[in-house]
Design a protein around this ligand. Structure first.
Ligand SMILES: [Zn+2]
Length: 459
């Protein structure tokens, strides 16, 4: 099943802060990555994030309760025949479908649809259907809707059923997949994606890995033959069939002889992040680029010839050419200190991060934030546009340290990482993550032993 919610963030994760001379090579690299991305893997991609509340009803119980509901209501003898006469219609949501389209295809009147939609706040979600979801209608002999099931995916099912007093009752049935720990490792001989897929990793997992190490390794430029990695993650199964992968639990990556490790940890506030085994965040305080797609169209340059004014004017930021409407993210946690419009800047947003740092985003098509508002790292604050003095859609991005302009493309690597696990939480962190690291090491052992054996037999 395709996951429509999770868009690949590969380009953002890979970063594109390369000098102009590398632009061509990197362009080719992203093209190759794009190609690699389009290659389908046998693995079914489905990330289940909304499983915290799990009713975990076995299908049988759901079935029984449904039969019970249908069998008990009001009527006596004739009801039985009506029940037997229920027509079951299954519809799959197609691109562009509205709920009315689906009701029409099922042969149910729009009056019935409005009755259901106005039955309560839960019914509102029927207005937000995603292609691929399935609806099951049960219709009685008079063409009246008796129940509607919305199968969001294989794990969750929403049910609206008419009760004896002609009201719709709402029920959410969720199943919990079985999770098994999986381990994969690979050595890179051609590319991260080719060797990763050969090792049985899905493209999503490869991208997650690239994202985890994104502030330490530039996956577009730094990867070399002989680099290697190992990953512990969960595989999710339903009724004995693999339905997807859970998150990466622990991972190591050796790049040009230097090994980086990361573990997944959910802190006491419920925030999940990746950390080094000694509790330092894998995240920088700032993301490298505030847009996921796009390329640097103009570098930070204190002595630039301005494209519109044709005079020497400093270019105090980095320009990222990207299609109009591309989301622009706040580079770090902070507070919006300015958001407005000016003739030169167009729509702009300035964000203050702590005492020393300010980031500026210019020529936006749309602004999503207001002055005074708190923003999180990677929160969309607007979209790429060409407002103000701009020759085409691009983001002009500035980075100021203590009031001085710095090169946004290189500054981030020089800044400190985001905060580490506080002392007060260190014991909790270690209790949770040490088993993961031990697991990763344990998995790695057999492979090493095997290599040793091979060597022996060659000798
Ligand atoms: Zn600019």
């Amino acid at each position: 099943m395709q996951d429509h919610r999770k868009k690949p963030r590969l380009l953002g994760a890979l970063g594109k802060n390369f000098p102009r001379t590398h632009a061509l090579a990197a362009g080719a690299a992203s093209f190759a990555l794009a190609l690699a991305l389009s290659v389908s893997t046998p693995e079914v991609e489905a990330k289940r994030t909304a499983l915290e509340v799990s009713l975990s009803l076995p299908e049988e119980a759901i079935q029984q309760s449904r039969e019970h509901q249908q069998a008990t209501p009001t009527a006596e003898a004739p009801h039985q025949s009506v029940m037997e006469g229920l027509r079951v219609v299954q519809e799959t949501v197609r691109n562009g479908d509205t709920l009315s389209d689906l009701f029409q295809r099922a042969g149910i009147s729009s009056a019935e649809m409005y009755q259901l939609l106005s039955s309560g706040k839960e019914a509102k979600q029927l207005a937000k259907l995603v292609p691929g979801e399935e609806l099951t209608f049960q219709i009685d002999g008079e063409g009246s809707l008796q129940s509607l099931e919305l199968h969001r995916d294989r794990l969750s099912k929403v049910e609206f059923s008419r009760d004896s007093s002609d009201e719709y009752k709402y029920a959410l049935h969720q199943r919990d997949p079985e999770r098994y720990t999986a381990f994969r490792q690979a050595e890179i001989s051609s590319s991260l994606f080719v060797d990763g897929s050969k090792a049985g990793l899905s493209n999503n997992l490869i991208m997650e890995m690239a994202d985890i190490f994104g502030s330490d390794i530039d996956f577009a430029l730094d990867i070399r033959k002989g680099d290697k990695f190992s990953v512990v993650f969960d595989e999710e199964f339903l009724d004995g069939e693999k339905i997807g992968n859970g998150a990466i639990q622990a991972v190591t990556f050796t790049n040009q002889g230097k090994t980086f490790s990361a573990v997944r940890y959910t802190d006491s506030n419920g925030d999940t992040n990746y950390y080094t085994p000694d509790g330092k965040s894998m995240r920088k305080a700032f993301i490298r680029t505030p847009v996921d797609i796009g390329r640097i169209s103009s570098h930070f340059n204190p002595r630039r010839l301005h494209p519109i004014f044709k005079t020497r004017r400093p270019h105090n930021g980095t320009d990222y050419a990207a299609p109009r409407g591309t989301p622009v993210y706040s580079a770090g946690d902070g507070r919006v200190i300015k958001a407005g419009y000016s003739k030169a800047n167009g729509n702009y947003v300035f964000v203050q991060h702590g005492e020393r740092y300010v980031t500026r985003y210019l020529h936006l098509h749309k602004r999503y934030v207001k002055r005074g508002q708190r923003v999180k790292q990677r929160q969309a604050i607007g979209t790429v546009g060409a407002t103000g003095y701009a020759t085409g859609p691009h983001l002009h991005y500035e980075f100021l340290v203590d009031g001085h302009h710095r090169n946004p493309a290189t500054i981030v690597r020089k800044l400190p990482k985001a905060k580490a696990i506080p002392k007060s939480e260190m014991a909790r962190f270690q209790t949770q993550t040490q088993p993961l690291i031990a697991q990763l090491e344990r998995f790695q052992q057999p492979a090493l032993a095997q290599n040793g054996e091979e060597k022996d037999s060659v000798n």
